[in-house]
Each structure stands twice: as structure tokens, then as C-alpha cells.
Design a binder for this molecule. Structure first.
Ligand code: XMP
Ligand code: MG
Length: 185
């Protein structure tokens, strides 16, 4: 496999500039929606895919907030969704009485997020809101999952970059793209 990742990129789907613009809009929307709410705001990133998006997003939210992280296993290194999720890293702080904003890189079937929401919901938050950079609506299985903030709608294809991995690598690509990697090269 070529070590220069640019050689492995098939197509740029969402440019760095378009992401930047959209993240700013999402931050403004979230700020407006929560600016008159006195409950503390905690932004929860689902590791590891949301890290790059979340670090940009929180800088566009003009409100006091804390950050926490949760890691669950669902996909492993493969591309297939499994029904069970396991907590690998739990939140450090209580969400009781707080406005919770869960940040994801991508919502695909929605099954992972639905389970995460059920877990957080049991811990007594004031409300739980969801924000995802990418939404694959065509793949949704959890039909009742409500996603309040969506960055971009994409089709049924596997994407990488801006936090999303290809076999755990390539999260550092600054845009969202499809990859063209020949295994066993
Ligand atoms: P579900 O199906 O539960 O799964 O919504 C969401 C998780 O699946 C991973 N996922 C992807 N990761 N490119 C990726 O790098 C993709 O196109 C993709 N689609 C789903 C991702 O970890 C997400 O949190
Ligand atoms: Mg993820």
C-alpha cells in the first residue's frame, strides 16, 4: 500500500471548506437553541470517530460547556454492523439534570446510537440532543431515532477522513472521501 495517503483517495465527497462552513452553521444553531436554557451543557463525543468533528464544533458553540467521552464497540475493524454494543470507556461525570449533546461522526443503521441514548437516558439528563456530521438516512434501521443536528446527508458508501477511519487509519485526512485501497498490495 502506498504510504502517501493522497494516492489512496478515490473521491473527495466533502471538502475541508464545506465542512468548516457547515460546522459553523451547526454551532450557531446549537447556540441559539440552548442560549436561554440554564441547565449545564455537556458535549459527549463518541470515540473515536467524533473527535475531529467535535473539536471543531465546540469552538463554534458560544456557550459554557463541558466535554466528556464514551467509547463503545459495535463495528470492530470490519464494516458490518452488529446488534450488541459494549461500553469500552464510560463517561467520567454525571449527566443528571444536564443538557446532553451527543456528537457522532456518522449515523448509519442508527442502532449504536439508539443503545447509547437508552443508556444515557436512564441517567436522568434534562434532555439529550444528537448531532452527527454525516447521516446515511438510506441505511437507517432504528426508524424512531431522532437526530436534531445533521451536517451532511450521504448515500450508501463507505467513507473515511475527518475522524472516520479506514481500518483504524486515515482519520487525519482533513476532508471526507472514499478510498481506493488494494488489500495485499
Ligand atoms: P450504526 O450502524 O449503528 O453505526 O449507525 C454507526 C457507526 O458505524 C461506523 N460507520 C462508518 N465508519 N465510514 C466509517 O469510517 C463509514 O462510511 C461508516 N458507516 C458507519 C461508525 O463508526 C459509526 O459510528
Ligand atoms: Mg463512530
Amino acid at each position: 500500500m502506498a504510504r502517501n495517503w493522497e494516492e489512496n483517495i478515490k473521491k473527495v465527497l466533502i471538502s475541508r471548506e464545506d465542512i468548516q462552513k457547515r460546522v459553523k452553521e451547526l454551532g450557531e444553531q446549537i447556540t441559539n437553541d440552548l442560549k436561554n436554557d440554564d441547565a449545564p451543557l455537556v458535549v459527549i463525543g463518541i470515540l473515536k470517530g467524533s473527535v475531529i468533528f467535535m473539536s471543531d464544533l465546540v469552538r463554534e458553540i458560544k456557550l459554557p460547556l463541558t466535554m466528556d467521552f464514551m467509547e463503545v464497540s459495535s463495528y470492530g475493524d470490519g464494516f458490518e454492523s452488529t446488534r450488541d454494543i459494549k461500553i469500552i470507556k464510560d463517561l467520567e461525570h454525571s449527566v443528571r439534570g444536564k443538557n446532553v449533546l451527543v456528537v457522532e461522526d456518522i449515523v448509519d443503521s442508527g442502532l449504536t446510537l439508539k443503545k447509547i441514548l437508552q443508556m444515557i437516558g436512564k441517567r436522568g439528563p434534562k434532555q439529550v440532543l444528537l448531532c452527527t456530521l454525516l447521516n446515511k438516512e438510506v441505511r437507517r434501521e432504528a426508524k424512531d431515532l431522532e437526530v436534531q443536528y445533521k451536517g451532511f446527508e450521504i448515500g450508501d458508501e463507505f467513507v473515511s477522513g475527518y475522524g472516520l477511519d479506514y481500518m483504524q487509519e486515515y482519520r487525519n485526512i482533513p476532508y471526507v472521501c472514499t478510498m481506493d485501497i488494494k488489500i495485499n498490495e
